[in-house]
Design a binder for this molecule. Structure first.
Ligand code: F6P
Length: 348
């Protein structure tokens, strides 16, 4: 058999924080690779840890059935960063070497790395070592550079919005200020989208500097306008003292300055759990199937991406180490401002 006719063998891994849609993506890659291209598919356990330790399972087509709707990842995940030097290693690190060994010993033709920014950074470094690598962008944060959207985001927006709908009823009944903290250390996409969808009155994003006086003024003016309750959406990454959560900081400040009863809710990992929305199932399936096609076409060293709703690829080299943040003049921000939503920066 000539080399091009030889059955291709590929590996898939999921790394970084989990999110809804990971199994849909694994299924998209695996089924297309098996059904359309006759490839053999392995799944590495617990992200890059599986690649380091040659810990994998065979992903036969039967193993890929019935997982489309499942949250989490059947392969498990970890925050393992194989290129990071830790003190205990005494400056030595043989993990990249071990990964190359696994790749060569198993006779892999490509590894598909499904993850966020950190995962793409590692994928790029492995590609530079000469491994065939393709990345698929996922994260509830929606902050992967080079693509318009990551899967996991839509599901998290849905969860956070539903939480805000529920908080509205209690805020209204008790005439309180309700603070809801949404995930996103650097990027405020999730807080912005769920904040607008959930009718937040004030939305604080890591990308926009806020002033607590602006926040309190907005709450007081709503009170004077016969709206004695408010929903304040805060991204976890807004500026706040290290010894408390962003939500507690804002809640304490509001209660102190306005005297209005204030409560806080930190949504936390609930945002990453459960079944993916139909939009995320479709996006993860499109990404996965396209990644398998890219393997067949030899488009290595790339991340699959969506630009203007079309699938494309971007070089991993361009993605690694960058973040896609919310632009201060994002159209959704200006629309929300025109409707009276405060971003806490009005009186800076
Ligand atoms: O990257 C997704 C994310 O959920 C962030 O929004 C959040 O800050 C972080 O992961 C939490 O990470 P970990 O799972 O390591 O606690």
């Amino acid at each position: 058999m000539s080399d091009s006719k030889k059955q291709k063998k590929i590996g898939i891994l999921t790394a970084g924080g989990d999110c809804p849609g990971l199994n849909a993506a694994i299924r998209g890659v695996g089924k297309t690779a098996i059904v359309e291209y006759g490839m053999e598919v392995l799944g590495f356990n617990a992200g890059y840890t599986g690649l380091i330790n040659s810990d994998y399972i065979e992903l036969k087509e039967s193993k890929l059935s019935g997982i489309l709707t499942l949250g989490g990842t059947i392969l498990g995940t970890s925050r393992e960063k194989p290129y990071k030097l830790v003190k205990e290693d005494g400056g030595e690190n043989d993990k990249p070497e071990k990964i190359i060994e696994t790749y060569e010993n198993l006779g892999l033709d490509c590894v598909v790395c499904i993850g966020g920014n950190g995962t793409m950074k590692t994928a790029n470094l492995l590609s530079k070592e000469g491994l065939n690598v393709i990345g698929i962008p996922k994260t509830i944060d929606n902050d992967v550079w080079g693509t318009d959207v990551t899967f996991g985001f839509d599901s998290a927006v849905q969860i956070a919005t539903e939480a805000m709908d529920r908080l509205h009823t209690t805020a209204n009944s008790h005439q309180r200020v309700m603070i809801i903290e949404i995930m996103g250390h650097h990027a405020g996409w999730l807080a912005l989208y769920s904040g607008v969808a959930g009718g937040g009155d004030i939305i604080l994003l890591p990308e926009l500097e806020y002033n607590i006086r602006s926040v309190c003024k907005k709450i007081e003016s709503r009170y004077e306008d016969n709206k004695p309750y408010s929903i304040v959406v805060v991204a976890e990454g807004i500026e706040h003292p290290k010894n408390k959560s962003a939500a507690s900081h804002i809640a304490e400040s509001i209660q102190t300055y306005t005297g209005i009863e204030t409560r806080e809710t930190v949504l936390g990992y609930i945002q990453r759990g459960g079944s993916p929305t139909p939009m995320d199932r479709i996006l993860a399936t499109r990404y996965g199937s396209f990644a398998a096609q890219c393997i067949a076409e030899g488009k290595f060293g790339t991340m699959v991406a969506v630009k203007d709703n079309d699938l494309t690829t971007v070089p991993l080299e361009d993605v690694g180490g960058k973040l896609r943040l919310v632009d201060k003049d994002h159209p959704l921000i200006s629309k929300a401002r025109k409707m009276g939503v405060s971003f806490g920066d009005e009186f800076l």
